[in-house]
Design a protein around this ligand. Structure first.
Ligand code: AMP
Ligand code: MG
Length: 338
């Protein structure tokens, strides 16, 4: 018996140096008007690699803090570039000048605009970043919205086909006055994607990065799938369903994120490009797939399309699945999840 205990102690002792230097690190912070979260497993092997892959002689904890900082900085960098609320952002520059002339933009923003345009095409304009031509007239905090006549006046400016992208020159041009664009339906997913590849490059194999309703995952969590909760659409701090996932991204779009209610009608942040009004077909849409950027944009897209058309679109795209909560709080799944 004593021998066994001795052996156990020796075994524990042998394991200690490894166990002590391998652990989960977590950090939450506010960016892009929402809460972001990063969580990753850092062990001995990943300890000696920095973001660019070169050798670093820092302590385990310092190493983790440096990674957390680089994730935070990446999110803030993207916010600086793509926020419509920052005058200095590249996006604001486009909105000020692109109706008058072709505006030179970074390759990074160009590529994201290109992706947004691709999703607009495959969704028949349900996803349309020019929704903002009217979208900016809503203020959910102050509970104000455009009148029907100002919606009708601005509606022709919602038209993604009026955006010209020139790849050789890396320019964007609007062929219509009054067009404004906004990347709220895709930028957070893109930021998650960037942060995950940053962690991966640093040798991390198990991680979660989220920005609001957009989550991306590397690997699993302690040998089991991550359990990602989909918010209950009407009860705060409650989860409607938990989804086990590994190496996937999931984004949820809901009518409860930014909204106000007037005369019993919910005015919220997802806009039907055909009407300039909030979409009221379903209350929550989650899309699952490998690419966080696409998953983000597609959750907004399916929300606009509604149950039948939204599921039809997802069922045509083999790399993506969807979970929809309808107005009666019923859950619906795309083919691959049934
Ligand atoms: P998400 O947070 O991904 O659900 O997307 C909602 C955000 O997408 C809104 O806050 C707007 O910034 C933007 N958005 C709203 N309606 C549309 C639309 N029809 N197409 C593209 N983006 C939209
Ligand atoms: Mg989305």
């Amino acid at each position: 018996m004593r021998q066994v205990i001795k052996l156990k102690v020796a075994f524990l002792f042998l394991c200690l140096p490894f166990v002590a230097n391998a652990q989960w690190f977590k950090h939450s912070f506010k960016v892009m008007g929402t809460m972001s979260h990063v969580e990753f497993w850092l062990d001995e092997q990943t300890n000696s690699l920095d973001v660019s892959g070169s050798e670093l002689d820092t302590s385990h904890n310092e190493r983790a803090q440096a990674l957390i900082k680089s994730v935070e900085q990446e999110m803030f960098r993207i916010d600086q570039q793509m926020s419509p609320y920052k005058e200095q952002s590249e996006l604001s520059l486009i909105n000020r000048e692109a109706a008058n002339k072709a505006v030179s933009i970074s390759v990074e923003l160009f590529n994201l605009l290109n992706t947004a345009q691709h999703i607009a095409k495959i969704s028949d304009g349900a996803f349309d970043i020019t929704y903002a031509s009217i979208g900016y007239q809503y203020n959910y905090r102050e509970k104000t919205r455009p009148t029907q006549s100002s919606i009708l006046k601005a509606l022709p400016a919602i038209n993604y086909t009026a955006i010209t992208l020139n790849k050789e020159q890396s320019t964007v041009h609007f062929n219509h006055q009054g067009i404004k664009i906004d990347l709220g339906g895709i930028a957070k997913g893109y930021a998650v994607k960037r942060c995950l590849s940053l962690l991966k490059k640093a040798g991390i194999n198990h991680a979660l990065v989220s920005a609001g309703g957009d989550t991306g995952l590397l690997g699993d969590r302690n040998g089991r799938p991550w359990l990602v909760g989909i918010k209950h659409p009407r009860t705060e701090h409650k989860t409607a369903v938990h989804i086990p996932l590994e190496n996937e991204a999931i984004s949820t779009s809901g009518d409860y994120e930014r909204y106000f209610i007037e005369d019993g009608i919910r005015y919220h942040h997802i806009i039907n490009p055909k009407t300039g009004d909030s979409v009221r077909k379903v209350v929550s849409v989650s899309v699952i797939g490998k690419n966080p950027t696409y998953v983000d944009a597609l959750s907004t897209t399916v929300f606009v399309k509604g149950l039948i058309e939204g599921l039809a679109l997802i069922n045509k795209l083999p790399e993506f699945e969807a979970i929809i909560i309808d107005n009666q709080r019923r859950l619906h799944y795309s083919k691959g999840l049934q």
